[in-house]
Design a protein around this ligand. Structure first.
Ligand SMILES: [Zn+2]
Length: 238
């Protein structure tokens, strides 16, 4: 495996330690792993993943995109009804580095109206420092320890299996995608990955953290309040 792919699949510890306020793997030394699925819900893939998870009685975490929740509320409902956890993955999968902090936070807020969760995962794993500083007050920022690269159409399901099995360890947060692009890879590799992990003595859990202490007030809302306060003062004087 080339060096670039290796880093793509598994980030080195020195790199993740540079971002201590994100969660890269779950604490503890127990043989537990956390399966996560990004970019859904979509009817072509998400229900099939839920079926696989049900077959093994596994609970997982789905980082959902707000606009998909709007399009497919019944698929979102299916995730919840089957006892899985959901997390916020922005409203329409925007890139943090290409937009302002206020725009980004508004986009996350829009998704939060649909996805009730204190977990957030930035699309592409990238955020500006200012966006991160605001979001970490309200969310547990969940990254990953191992990524299957199932979205890469140049990879076979077999490579996705090795990507996970070569790097998995106690507490690993493993990332897959419930997207149309990843359909073949995720549906074909997931059962085998689960079988192998079970064989190695791993159990599975969903990601859960206690609620963050608010403030839910975003800079954008603050600006609105400030404008309203100013207006209020002016009209009091009048
Ligand atoms: Zn994503």
């Amino acid at each position: 495996m080339g060096k670039t792919l290796k880093i793509r699949v598994h980030l080195p510890d020195w790199l993740t330690k540079m971002f201590p306020h994100s969660v890269w793997k779950m604490p503890g030394n127990e043989k537990v792993v956390y399966l996560t699925f990004d970019d859904g819900p979509v009817p072509e893939v998400t229900p099939a993943i839920i079926d696989i998870l049900n077959r093994y009685n596994i609970k997982a975490t789905f980082f959902c995109v707000g606009e998909n929740v709007v399009k497919y509320p019944e698929v979102y409902q299916q995730i919840i009804e089957n006892g899985h956890t959901t997390g916020n993955h922005t409203f329409n999968h925007i890139k943090g580095l290409s937009c302002s902090k206020d725009y980004y936070i508004k986009n996350v807020d829009e998704a939060a109206r649909l996805i009730n969760s204190n977990l957030f995962r930035p699309p592409y794993g990238l955020l500006k420092q200012s966006q991160f500083n605001t979001l970490r007050k309200r969310y547990n920022i969940i990254m990953w320890d191992v990524i299957s690269c199932d979205y890469d159409k140049g990879l076979s399901p077999k490579s996705c299996i090795s990507n996970v099995m070569d790097y998995v360890r106690e507490g690993s947060i493993i990332t897959f995608h419930d997207s149309v692009k990843a359909k073949t890879n995720v549906l074909e590799s997931l059962p085998e990955i689960i079988e192998r992990l079970k064989h190695e003595g791993f159990s599975f859990n969903k990601i859960k953290f206690p609620n963050k202490q608010k403030p839910v007030v975003t800079p954008w809302v603050k600006q609105l309040q400030k404008a309203r306060d100013n207006f209020g003062r002016k009209s009091n004087r009048a």
